[in-house]
Each structure stands twice: as structure tokens, then as C-alpha cells.
Design a protein. Sequence first.
Length: 134
Amino acid sequence: MSDKVTKTDLQWRQTLGDLGYEVMRNHGTERPFTHDDFPETAGTFRCAGCGAPLFEQSDKFDAGCGWPSFTRPLEDEGIGESRDARHGMVRTEVHCARCDGHLGHVFPDGPAPTGLRYCINGVALDFKPDGGAE
């Protein structure tokens, strides 16, 4: 993973917009079923904050939860994890290892081969099709 990305609060707000800032910098959550418009073609989901490659289209699945779900990250070192005890429950939060942007959570109820469900806020992702510009 490349060097850490740091920005001022104003730079993050300009990069991410209002909802993206709330989700990625304040650990918010977007409403479910608000990002069902991602293409179905082969490609890579990248961090909306820094462009780091995070997930492959081939690992995406419909969990029926209303957020993009993946069975695994593209690279283990691209995703960081921390304990999240907010909202009266304990969950494992996932964030971009490069910019520390909040992505969502990972749960142990996913399909094979990993049994994991990376439940990710769509606003935290940018999709780049294979063969597309970097």
C-alpha cells in the first residue's frame, strides 16, 4: 500500500462532498439501497477518498442488506479493522488503510469461500472498469 494520505478537514470536505464526508470522516452510514447503480462489468472498487484499490467486482455479491457487499478485500493490507461499539452493538469496522476513511463493517455471515461479508457504504467507493483510466 502506498504512503498514507492526509488532508485538511476542508480538503476532505471538498474531495468527498457532504455525505461522503459524514460517512468516511465521521463514521456515518448512508441509507440502504442508495448505491445500487454500480456497473456489473469487471473492474475495481476504489476508495473515494484516496483512490486506493479495495475490492474487485468478482468478489461483490447481493447480500440483500442494501449496501454493496464483498467476500474479501483486493489486498488484506488495503483494509484496516477496528472495534466499533457504537449504537449498542459490537462490530468490526473497516477503513481504508491508506487514508483511514471509514468504509463500513465486516460480518462473519457471508458466502463461501471466505464466510465474510464486507458491508460497505457505496459513497465510500468509486468504480473503475477494467481497462479504464486510472
